[in-house]
Structure formats: C-alpha cells, structure tokens
Design a protein around this ligand. Structure first.
Ligand code: ASP
Length: 338
C-alpha cells in the first residue's frame, strides 16, 4: 500500500516569486508548479496532500503562535497520514524544527521540514531536489523524529542550524551526525535515530500548548557593558541566555557581571550558559572564568544549539510553573537535543 504524506505549506523561498520589493510568497504557485512537473505524479511517488496555509509567510516572521498552528495541524491529521512534511522558509527553519521536536510528544512518525534557497519557479533551483527527497524519505517511514532535510542530508531537527546564506548546502548539524545521506541511494544511519518505541509506549501524540515566554539573550564580547543589561532584568524575563566564550567562560573579574548575576539570581531569572563555539560543549568547571557562572546558578546548555535552547525553554516554561522542575528538565536529554 502506498504511504500517504501530509504536506503543511507555511511559506518560504520555495514557493516565492519576484516582486518589486524582493521575493515574496505567492499563493497557489508552488502547487501549480508541482502539478506541471511529471516527477511529482510518478507512479513511484507516495500519495500526498498539500495544505497551503491561507497566509504564506517569509519565515523571518515566524512566531511561537505559528509553531502552535503547525503542531496542532500535525496532531489533527496524525492518524490519517504516515508522515508529515513542513515546507518552511530557511531563515528560521531550525527554530521551528527544534520547537516542534519538544512540542510533539510521543511522536512515532516522521516530520520533515524542508524548503529551498532558490524558488521552485527558477530554473537553477534546489527546491525540486529538496522537496522530492523529503517526500521519498518521509514515505520510507524509517525515522520517527522531527528532522530537517536539505541538500542531500537529513539532520535531526533540534541539532540543525542554518549556517550559510549563499550556499545550497545551507544547513549543518555541528554536534551530531546526519540521520541519512542521499547519493545514488539513500543511506539511513539508524544507529543515530531515535526509535519509535523509545519515544512512546502507547503511540498517542500529544501537543504542548504554548504560553507567552519571555527569553532574552546576549553575546559576550570584549568591552561589553553589563550595566546596560541590568535594566532588562526589571522586565522579569523567564530566562536570559548568555552566549559565552569557549567552554562557557565570561569576564569573571568584571564587578558589573557579578552584579548582573546576583540580581538575576535574586529575581529567579533562569540564566543559561551557551557557548559561542559551534562545536563542543559548555564545561563551566574547566576555568575559574566559567566556574564563577556556575557559582551564581547559571545552567549549562552543554552542546545544545541556540535554536534548541529557545524551543526547549519555550516548551518547558509553557508546561511547568516550578523553576526547579524546569531546571532539571532543561539539563535532561528530552528528544536527542543533547
Ligand atoms: N527569507 C526566506 C524565509 O526564511 C528565506 C528562505 O526561505 O530561504 O522564508
């Protein structure tokens, strides 16, 4: 029996056309182009339904409310389809993939995000290849996780990042190997895949209802004035991410940093230590300049991407009231993000 795939089309370059103000999503264009391309109705193709969203967006405009719409849409069609594809702009695709991985609890079917750097309407495009392979991989139903397919590689969604604005090879998964690679054949790396049985026992999918979660972040740099950050603590963010140096180090001799850290602790604001390095992990005990952060209760993000941290914090603060429960869950590997 042919597999059936539900394609959620949210927008992005893949279905855009030129306008006087640059590329914009064009309603109906993607589907009409696909209908004219014989390969999309080849007998070897699975069955698929495209649900084009009424308001297609450039993914620079994505908000957590869109994550909720996508997750709810997957849940509403979960029993009818074997796999799901989310067509999405590349700019924030890794954020959406990360958030969905935490929101879709008990997932036992593939959810693959894809898009393109060049629209399908152009002759020189990566859209055809990305879309076609995402459909074929989804139909194989081999990988029951939220993934991102781009330029011959299937990456774990919550490990992926957009790393190149120019290249067709726009995404990477700097701290985790690809889940599949496409050449003449598709090579699945099942040893890296989360198995459906480990994911859930009773195969029921539940979806997190997101709340408004206030997250701030700043990158450290030589000369940063921590006094400028202190008024932000008055806004009572739920979490403040510090993008630190190397193994998670900060200018520990700066008294304004210490004031910032102690005020955040007093106000119960969760501070997260995320390294600016793309590979490796935070290890605060390695240097005195990192240890000081640990002393003030800053939590290590280990080797999580910034996209995964944002998704995980949004989901955890939506699900729990207790800061100690959130802290414990943040340091646990919930769905392959660590
Ligand atoms: N700005 C576009 C978007 O993220 C870029 C793309 O899709 O490649 O929607």
């Amino acid at each position: 029996m042919k597999k059936s795939i539900y394609i959620l089309y949210t927008g992005g370059t893949i279905g855009m056309a030129k306008s006087s103000g640059g590329y914009v999503p064009k309603a109906g264009l993607l589907t009409s182009l696909m209908q004219k391309m014989p390969e999309f109705s080849h007998p070897d193709m699975p069955l698929y339904t495209i649900h084009e969203y009424p308001s297609l967006i450039d993914s620079a405009n994505i908000q957590p409310s869109h994550w909720q719409v996508i997750a709810n849409d997957i849940q509403a069609h979960y029993d009818q389809y074997d796999a799901f594809i989310v067509l999405h702009g590349t700019d924030t695709m890794a954020y959406t993939a990360s958030a969905l991985s935490f929101m879709l609890k008990g997932l036992t079917k593939p959810v693959i995000l894809t898009g393109s750097q060049v629209p399908l309407i152009e002759v020189h495009t990566d859209a055809r290849e990305n879309l076609m392979m995402a459909i074929l991989i989804a139909a194989s139903a081999k990988i029951p996780e939220v993934c991102l397919y781009f330029h011959n590689r299937l990456l774990r969604g919550n490990r992926s990042q957009k790393v190149n604005a120019f290249s067709l090879d726009a995404f990477d998964s700097p701290n985790f190997p690809p889940l599949a690679e496409v050449g003449i054949t598709i090579q699945y790396h099942s040893e890296h895949t989360i198995s459906a049985s480990s994911n859930h026992d009773n195969h029921a999918l539940t979806v997190t209802t997101l709340k408004a979660v206030k997250i701030l972040q700043t990158s450290l740099f030589p000369g940063i004035d921590f006094k400028l950050l202190i008024p932000l603590l008055e806004e009572k963010p739920h979490a403040f991410i510090l993008n630190t140096y190397g193994l998670g180090n900060a200018p520990a001799t700066n008294p304004d940093l210490i004031t910032f850290l102690s005020l955040a602790r007093e106000k119960n604001i969760l501070l997260i230590n995320h390294t600016q390095c793309h590979q490796g992990s935070v290890q605060m005990a390695s240097y005195a300049t990192g240890d000081v952060l640990q002393h003030y209760g800053v939590l290590s993000a280990a080797n999580m991407t910034i996209e995964a941290i944002v998704g995980k914090l949004t989901v955890l603060f939506s699900e729990h009231e207790s800061l100690s429960v959130i802290k414990t869950a943040f340091t646990e590997n919930l769905c392959g993000e660590l």
